[in-house]
Design a protein around this ligand. Structure first.
Ligand code: PBG
Length: 333
């Protein structure tokens, strides 16, 4: 018998040994919690397709943020669900808009947590698209790139003015990072970082979010602006372009079906990389766990660890709060 001299199993014998040689460790510091703000008072509506996540009025949301702060979660990303939507997405850049109110309230009550804002128009347009819809030269209705840039820049500026720490454009218009950077700099917000959704794919994994944010497009889809899922090299061009325009952090979204993209972007660029573990990635585990088919905690921690292992420095995830508790328990054990 020829026995192997290298025996990987030697280092797997006990938890102490395994943890000594562990290559990746997930930390609460890596996690950002997405939150949904809506007008009103005392509102906490659970999102049916995303159990454990809620649409909250600002008073309730602030309490949630304080809890997250206490758990050591470093940041939240805010989405707004306005009462009224219109063609120009007025609610997105209104000084008294729902996100602007939420930012100010958080900044008063929870000083130790980063407030990131999703900069997009889809929650505020009556048609649900991420930009200004117009007829193009051929008569086809589509999101017009260049007139949308102005609205996005206005939105980002209103978030920064309200006190946001980081703005995160998720619309996928060409040139939006440059447009936002220009307007922020001009207004004296040179120090506000941009985390761009650089490689955002036209994914079917967003559908639970669209229920949470009440933002499904009323016609068509987002494939004329979000990336085509089979493309990888194009993600590098998108990231390069955003970095050149002034992005400080680049994001890949979704995370789990695009781990290869996270890895390639991490290896190609030297800026921090974020990954968005999106609603569908969360909901499918939740649903399977509810049926008793998988263990939510183990599967979630494995998924989040895989996203970090692929190269993400920052993970936006609906498990952020729960994972902070899980990680705290396991560090005590
Ligand atoms: C806004 C936006 C979306 C998500 C984040 N920002 C929806 C979309 O593009 O349709 C999805 C987040 C998720 O699925 O968790 N454009």
């Amino acid at each position: 018998m020829n026995f192997p001299s290298y025996r990987p199993r030697r280092l797997r014998k006990s938890e102490k040994l395994r943890s000594l040689v562990r290559e990746t460790s997930l930390e609460v510091n890596d996690l950002i919690m997405p939150l949904f703000a809506r007008p009103g008072k005392g509102i906490k509506n659970e999102v049916a397709s995303m159990k454990g996540n809620y649409q909250m009025s600002v008073d309730v949301l602030v309490k949630e943020v304080r809890e997250l702060e206490g758990l050591g979660v470093p940041g939240v990303i805010l989405f707004g669900i306005p009462d009224e939507k219109d063609q120009k997405a007025s609610g997105a850049y209104d000084e008294e808009g729902i996100v602007q109110q939420a930012i100010r309230a958080i900044k008063e009550e929870a000083k130790d947590i980063l407030v990131i804002t999703d900069v997009c128009l889809c929650e505020y347009t009556d048609h649900g698209h991420c930009g200004h819809v117009m007829q193009d030269r051929t008569g086809r209705w589509d999101v017009d790139n260049d007139t949308t840039l102005e609205l996005l820049a206005k939105t980002a500026l209103s978030h920064a003015t309200a006190g946001a720490d980081i703005v995160a454009p998720s619309d996928m218009m060409d040139g939006r990072v440059g447009a936002i950077r220009g307007v922020l700099d001009e207004a004296g917000f040179q120090d506000i970082p941009i985390m761009s959704y650089a490689a955002k794919y036209a994914s079917a994994f967003y559908s639970p979010f669209r229920e949470a944010a009440e933002s499904p497009p009323k016609f068509g889809d987002r494939r004329t602006y979000q990336m085509d899922p089979p493309n990888a090299r194009e993600a590098l061009r998108e990231a390069a372009m955003d970095i050149q325009e002034g992005a400080d952090i680049v994001m890949v979204k979704p995370a789990l079906p695009y781990l290869d993209i996270i890895k390639t972007i991490k290896e190609t660029f030297d800026c921090p990389v974020a990954a968005y573990n999106v609603s569908g990635e969360y909901s499918m585990v939740k649903a399977a766990a509810e049926l008793g088919w998988m263990d939510e905690k183990q599967v979630a921690l494995e998924i989040l660890t895989s996203i970090k292992r692929a190269g993400a420095d920052i993970i936006l995830t609906y498990w952020a709060k729960q994972a902070a508790k899980w990680l705290r328990e396991s560090s005590k054990a």
